[in-house]
Design a protein around this ligand. Structure first.
Ligand SMILES: [Zn+2]
Length: 254
């Protein structure tokens, strides 16, 4: 579904995707079904987790081991949707900012991986459901969006990166998740990947005191997105705000 001419980001036009999240489990809630459609089509997908998620969880017995636990949970969840490479930036949960330090880390990783699509959280707050807009989520979106333009494509941004061999390049598409509904312009039918998405979500055991309730909520949300995206009744969708960063007609400057 691409009402806004975003078909160039379809799986057959994409060979590599780099996905960013603030916390372990964000990608599984927002995009794991879509990731599964990509990997099933032979697309290489890598994850980057910006914080350790060390403020998450509900069991006091997990406090000492929460960072290690959540990294393992995220790696297991990623593997279930065909993702083998998970990068961890190791920032502290609740303290993420779109600082130059963070933006530079993002630029370096994007230039290293050289994806066709970068997928990240939305930098804008969703007033309909504030839980989607944790400050770290907004910071993830802002840092990645700042990195994508102009720094990734400008060799003179953080010049030591290019001098060290991480060459600037023009990114094709930025996909944003967990943003305001009014921004969503692309819906991916993940009905066939729902089981894989739920399996991935179940790996985050440290986060779900009531797995059944979480699964019911996720299904309802995906049905709503399917309806909003104009899919057949009962079909499940993940929704995104797809931005064409560089297309055939894009020129430098505005
Ligand atoms: Zn989160």
């Amino acid at each position: 579904m691409s009402p806004n001419g975003t078909g160039a980001a379809a799986p057959d036009a994409v060979s590599r995707v780099l996905c960013f999240a603030a916390h372990p489990d964000d990608l599984d809630f927002g995009a794991a079904g879509t990731v599964a459609t990509w990997t099933a089509a032979g697309v290489e997908v890598q994850y980057c987790l910006m914080t350790d998620g060390d403020a998450g969880g509900f069991d006091p017995d997990h406090r000492d081991s929460i960072v290690e636990m959540r990294r393992r949970e995220q790696q297991d969840a990623a593997a279930l949707v065909g993702v083998d490479t998970v990068h961890f930036l190791g920032h502290r949960d609740g303290y993420l900012e779109p600082s130059h330090e963070v933006v530079e880390q993002v630029v370096a990783l994007i230039r290293e991986v050289r994806p066709d699509v970068v997928l990240a959280m939305h930098p804008e707050r969703d007033w309909e459901r504030l839980q989607r807009s944790h400050p770290d989520h907004l910071a993830c979106g802002e840092a990645v969006t700042r990195a994508v333009y102009p720094a990734v494509e400008n060799p003179y941004s953080y010049p030591h990166l290019a001098e060290g061999g991480l060459e600037a390049f023009k990114l094709s598409h930025l996909w944003l998740y967990a943003g305001p509904r009014s921004r969503e312009n692309h819906w991916v039918d993940i009905t066939g990947q729902f089981a894989a998405k739920v399996s991935a979500l179940r790996q985050h055991l440290s986060q779900h005191p009531d797995v059944g309730r979480m699964e019911d909520y996720v299904r309802t949300q995906l049905e709503t997105k399917g309806r909003e995206g104009g899919l057949e009744p009962g079909r499940l969708a993940e929704a995104f705000h797809v931005v064409e960063v560089n297309g055939p007609d894009t020129i430098a400057g505005f």
